[in-house]
Design a protein around this ligand. Structure first.
Ligand code: FES
Length: 157
């Protein structure tokens, strides 16, 4: 018997879900921050859906919980308050506008740089919101600001 999970393998424990708050609260504030197994995340409530992602922007570590949500190309994005990078809430893709230099009259097109910000699954049970850290095995640019060296620098300054 291991009621508090203290005997669990640390890797397994790291990917167990953590209760971060109540549905009624996030529905009012539309966002909240939490620390899930030592990783800082922001949870957005937007148009009836929950989205959790690393709190620091993949570009330079900007505070995404202070950004505005806007739609680009029909995709809701968080706009980083530091340098205005746009990150899709649903997938963590970095969006940018491209212009064909050979055709200056063409309209700029929204394009994706691929997944840059790590997204974490959110579940709701009995009015409680749970976040489970993503264990997708790819390297995500936001990992740098969520783990390791950067965190050590932050906590020592
Ligand atoms: Fe977010 Fe630069 S730190 S856009």
């Amino acid at each position: 018997m291991d009621p508090d999970g203290s005997e669990q393998d640390p890797e397994t424990k790291k990917y167990s879900s953590v209760c971060v708050g109540r549905e009624e609260d996030i529905k009012k504030s539309e966002r909240m921050t939490a620390v899930v197994h030592d990783r800082e995340v922001v949870i957005f409530y937007h148009r009836g859906e929950y989205h959790a992602m690393d709190i620091r922007c993949y570009h330079s570590g900007g505070p995404l919980h202070l950004g505005e949500i806007e739609e680009f190309d029909g995709r809701p994005c968080i706009v980083c308050p530091w340098h205005k990078y746009k990150i899709t809430l649903a997938t963590g893709e970095g969006l940018y506008q491209s212009i064909n230099p050979k055709d200056p009259s063409a309209k700029p097109k929204w394009c994706s740089k691929g997944i840059k910000q790590r997204i974490h699954p959110v579940t709701v049970d009995n009015g409680n919101i749970y976040v489970t850290l993503s264990n997708e095995p790819f390297k995500c640019d936001s990992d740098f600001y969520a783990t390791g060296i950067f965190k050590v620098i932050q906590s020592s300054s």
